[in-house]
Unconditional design. Structure first.
Length: 316
């Protein structure tokens, strides 16, 4: 960890701007811990985050940090699994703001540090399942999305929540060029009851540190019972709406990607069986261990009631 000690820095000298912009000359100890708990990741520099343990965490073996940081999908930086780690260093994540609006009583544009002032960070060790048939176990650090929702007071007409990712082609090489793999900005959405569920979090860190750029810095969604592409990264806009919102992959190929995208071993993707999965770190190629996919990614006891009466084959 690249934390250097500087002499005699008093708490009164540490401003919110210092904290957000990643001031390096913080003294060690309690002052530094408090400040770093509000510090987003920037290019190549991560800070320790303090977070309380959560009863929602799994006790499964965690994926190696190196694997989680080097093997992921983030098309804004390229379509290869190693492209995000190779290219995301150019992304500027401070300052960062999030516009929250739509059908709410208190529309607001928050600086990220202001969001973090009213939440308590937790470590949530969740299973992550990709629609491509691989999975990980990641110790996220974040807070319930419901905490933010309650601050802006959704109107009674709000039934869904929609999210947008940053568009910045000069820093995101996957957004440059004549032929684009996706329509930007990347969009995702949830039903409001899904968004308010206790398992749904906004993450600002992983493995005890601020989020690396390639994993969605400085703020991403994590919905552990859905396929990974629902957990949108680098969020800049959140809106509450009445009608089911369009989402990026559903717009690109509606016969392959549904709005709900709940992990379901009985509903295959046209290119990937969902019956089993390959846990990253448990072998590769023909030697890769396969394990049965769990309905709702193993979170059925907590979330199955959200879909009572819903045909999960039709509403995939």
């Amino acid at each position: 960890m690249l934390i250097r000690k500087a002499p005699d820095i008093r708490p009164s000298e540490i401003t919110p701007k210092d904290i957000y912009l990643g001031r390096r000359e913080l003294m060690t100890g309690g002052i530094a811990a408090a400040a770093l708990a509000m510090l987003p990741a920037d290019s190549g520099w991560a800070a320790a985050l303090e977070a309380r343990k959560s009863p929602f965490s799994t006790d499964e073996q965690q994926t190696r940090r190196a694997d989680a940081l080097s093997y992921n999908n983030f098309y804004e930086f390229g379509s290869g699994k190693d492209d995000p780690a190779a290219n995301a260093g150019s992304l500027t994540t401070a300052p960062w703001s999030v516009e929250v609006g739509g059908l709410v009583a208190k529309p607001t544009t928050y600086a990220l540090e202001d969001i973090l002032k009213f939440v308590t960070l937790e470590e949530r060790i969740y299973r992550l399942r990709c629609v491509e048939g691989w999975s990980m176990v990641i110790p996220w650090i974040g807070f319930p999305l419901a905490d933010l929702i309650s601050r802006v007071e959704p109107l009674g007409s709000a039934k869904y929540i929609t999210f947008e990712t940053l568009v910045r082609p000069d820093e995101m090489p996957g957004q440059r060029g004549l032929f684009q793999p996706l329509d930007w900005p990347y969009r995702e959405g949830l039903r409001l009851d899904e968004a308010k569920h206790p398992l749904t979090i906004l993450a600002v860190g992983m493995y005890g540190e601020t989020l690396p750029n390639q994993n969605g810095a400085p703020l991403r969604l994590v919905v552990p019972w859905k396929y990974g592409f629902k957990s949108i990264k680098s969020i800049i806009r959140i809106a509450f709406v009445e009608e089911q919102p369009p989402t990026t992959w559903q717009e690109m190929a509606s016969h392959e990607y549904g709005f709900y995208s709940n992990v379901n071993p009985e509903v295959d993707h046209p290119r990937w069986s969902q019956a089993t999965e390959r846990r990253i770190g448990e072998g590769s190629g023909l030697l890769a261990k396969r394990r049965p996919t769990l309905m709702f990614n193993g979170y059925g006891d907590e979330v199955a009631s959200l879909y009572a009466g819903l045909d999960l084959r039709a509403h995939y």
